[in-house]
Design a protein around this ligand. Structure first.
Ligand code: GLC
Ligand code: GLC
Length: 663
């Protein structure tokens, strides 16, 4: 652990917090209607705020004190934080307050087996927000109850990193619509029982954000919003211990700005300027942006690039203790202002580091990059030993939190597993990552995958993989060779992976288009703003013809696309009918077979046993393993509808996944 920046612990935090609140309260109370004229409703709203404030304030105060307590201007910023929170509460709509209230009684709402997510780019899926509203029926048909819209805010012209280079957090990219459109969509989604998920891109702004523009114009106050250096001295010192995230964009983590004649910290693209959270003004300013977003109707806020938000010389500047304090401080404010909203962590880092962001007081939800990477690893090797090992040691998360289990997203696949797990099962981590990169770029003999490299780093040999779910699982190859057997295997692989993410515990998340097996889009290179970033290969436009095909399926007999859609929709439906799939508890079962992943889900007095065969050969499922793990003699597989007895061994077909319940 690295100690917080020279802060002397105060002795009695609760006392100091209360004293501070007593002093600050008169400064915020004028925000409320004066007691004589306030309506009964206004009074009760104020009371509600005060109650929540009193219960979360000591925690918030302590967190901010640890981060900023040594600053001469701490008290000023604290007052601003409090004022920002109060104003956001005043601005919050009655509907959202109602959700806040109901979720305080049902704070495990996101643990339900009814949750099933989808993520999409508004422009690629439906052109704009208005048209997206017409797709609500489509989401219902598929069973999606959580919708992540990729960043849709005003962005810089040209390359904007798929929306992650934001120039204004309060306005929507005019090509997609307006803030009013977003609010209307949020209302309609809520009416359809679909949660809205948006990004909080808080590690950096675009280089044309107002703050960055002011900094460029020489305003020192705004220069302190970023990490700006007059020469290479400090950048060079930092660089000694930093990773490179986008080495093919630019070497190192700093970008020279001609206008300012200064170096700027840019972890990602050169036009994404890292915010300086050592400055409490940045914490406060971004808080205002966060609460503005919350008030548009967000249920789940995806915290982008959490690992990078605090920097300290001599460290990797990733996953630092202060990064956690910062997120916890934002979490504490949400408990006061918008307790119906939860955080989802986007920490695409080593498995043990991913876990550190997950807590009811920090991020209640987290992407599960380890499961994602290891499911692909198991498909490549046809063996589940590394996956099993990792699940045994790094899957369990605290009460009140949940994984978001996905197979593909808008980003690349990095081979994140703990090297020690690999060693424990006899795998050399470095060689294995080289193998996986070869396999998923189709360079390994007999590989079925058609991925492409992302961010190859010649110094370290490091590389990540781009490609759609279907192209990585063999469908692109099968179509190219027009081989029915290969098509069948690809479909089986896709359904196997979904069969696991839908059952293993947490919120399953589809990257929309997966339900149709969309293939790589090689045309991204035609757009100069996208050509340099292979992640665009797996961000194809939605192909609505497939939906028409489905609707005409009776007449044309049902294509691969129709089959996939129907099967995925059915899996989602079955998940929702299986109460044991709620929550997180998962027990691994030893299948005695290197190709078969096995686990039990137990919840609400129900027990479901899942077996997944990761090889293209049939595998024996010993009756005895099933009897002892399932505690029964006869089982029904929800997916195939077949009954299985345990007096004899059963066979799992190539890539078959079964969800077994005792009958
Ligand atoms: C996140 C996003 C990724 C983006 C990066 C910088 O990791 O998922 O797409 O490039 O942050 O914002
Ligand atoms: C790195 C970052 C992650 C980001 C990704 C984009 O893995 O850790 O936040 O999504 O790069 O490629």
């Amino acid at each position: 652990m690295i100690a917080p920046p020279n802060v002397e612990e105060i002795e009695d935090v609760t006392f100091e917090a209360e004293l501070t609140l007593k002093r600050l309260w008169p400064r915020v109370s004028p925000l409320w209607a004066c007691p004589e004229t306030a309506s009964a409703q206004q009074k009760s709203q104020q009371r509600e705020f005060e109650e929540r404030l009193r219960s979360s304030w000591p925690r918030l105060f302590h967190l901010l004190f640890q981060l900023y307590g040594t600053r001469y201007d701490f008290f000023f910023h604290l007052e601003e934080v409090l004022r920002t929170a109060a104003q956001a509460w005043i601005d919050r709509s009655a509907e959202l307050r109602h959700t806040d209230e109901s979720r305080t009684y049902e704070d495990d709402w996101f643990q339900s087996e009814h949750m099933a997510g989808g993520a999409l780019y508004v422009d690629l899926f439906s052109e704009n927000l208005g048209k997206l509203r017409e797709s609500i029926d489509y989401f219902k048909k598929l069973g999606v109850t959580y919708l992540h819209l990729m960043p849709l805010f005003a962005v810089r012209p040209g390359n904007n990193d798929g929306g992650y280079a934001i120039s204004n957090y309060r306005s929507i990219d005019p090509r997609l619509g307006t803030i009013e459109d977003l609010r209307t969509l949020a209302d309609e989604l809520h009416a359809a029982d679909i949660s809205l998920v948006l990004d909080f891109v808080f590690n950096h702004t675009a280089d044309d954000h107002y703050w960055a523009q002011q900094a460029q114009a020489g305003d020192r106050e705004f220069q302190q919003y970023y990490y700006i250096f007059k020469d290479r001295t400090k950048p060079d010192q930092y660089e000694r211990t930093l990773r490179e995230i986008f080495p093919t964009v630019r070497r190192g983590n700093f970008t020279w700005h001609d206008g300012m004649q200064r170096w700027v910290w840019t972890t990602f693209n050169s036009f994404q300027w890292d915010l300086n959270y050592r400055n409490p003004a940045v914490f406060r300013a971004m808080l205002e942006e966060m609460l503005f977003l919350a008030n548009t109707g967000v249920d789940i806020l995806r915290l982008d690039a959490v690992a990078f938000i605090w920097k300290q010389m001599g460290t990797s500047c990733e996953n630092l203790p202060q990064a956690h304090l910062l997120i916890q401080a934002y979490n504490a404010v949400t408990r006061i202002v918008c307790p119906g909203m939860v955080f989802k962590s986007e920490a695409i880092v080593a498995p043990n580091d991913v876990l550190t962001y997950i807590s009811p007081n920090e991020c209640q939800l987290s992407y599960n990059p380890t499961l994602m990477a290891l499911l692909w690893e198991s498909l490549a090797t046809r063996e589940v030993k590394l996956l099993n090992r990792s699940l045994a040691y790094r899957h369990k998360i605290p009460e009140g939190t949940a994984w978001v289990n996905y197979l593909r997203c808008h980003d690349d696949i990095g081979w994140t597993f703990e090297d020690s797990d690999a060693a424990a099962v006899g795998i050399n981590a470095y060689d294995h990552r080289q193998f996986l990169n070869k396999f998923y770029t189709g360079q390994f003999p007999n590989s079925f995958a058609r991925g492409v490299p992302f961010q190859y780093n010649p110094d370290t040999g490091d590389m990540r993989i781009s490609g759609t779910m279907a192209s990585l699982a063999g469908l692109e190859q099968a179509f190219a060779e027009d081989d029915e057997h290969l098509k069948d295997l690809a479909v089986r692989r896709i359904l196997l992976l979904h069969g696991i993410t839908l059952s293993i515990g947490g919120i399953p998340l589809l990257y929309m288009g997966e339900e149709w097996g969309l293939l790589n889009d090689y045309d991204f290179v035609k757009d100069p703003a996208k050509a340099g970033d292979t992640r665009w290969i797996h961000r194809p436009k939605m192909k609505w013809d497939y939906l028409e095909e489905l609707e005409n399926a009776d007449t044309n007999g049902g294509s691969i696309r129709t089959k996939l859609f129907t099967a995925i929709r059915q899996l989602i439906k079955l998940r929702k009918e299986t109460p044991a799939f709620a929550g997180q508890s998962m027990e691994l079962i030893s299948s005695n077979n290197p190709h078969v992943l096995a686990f039990a889900r137990v919840s609400n007095a129900e027990r479901v046993i899942v077996f997944g065969n990761f090889s293209e050969d049939p595998q024996i499922l010993p009756g005895n393993v099933l009897r002892t793990s399932g505690l029964g003699r006869f089982f029904e597989d929800a997916i195939s509808g077949k009954t299985i007895g345990t007096s004899e061994d059963t066979q799992l077909a190539p890539y078959q996944v079964v969800w077994l319940t005792r009958v």
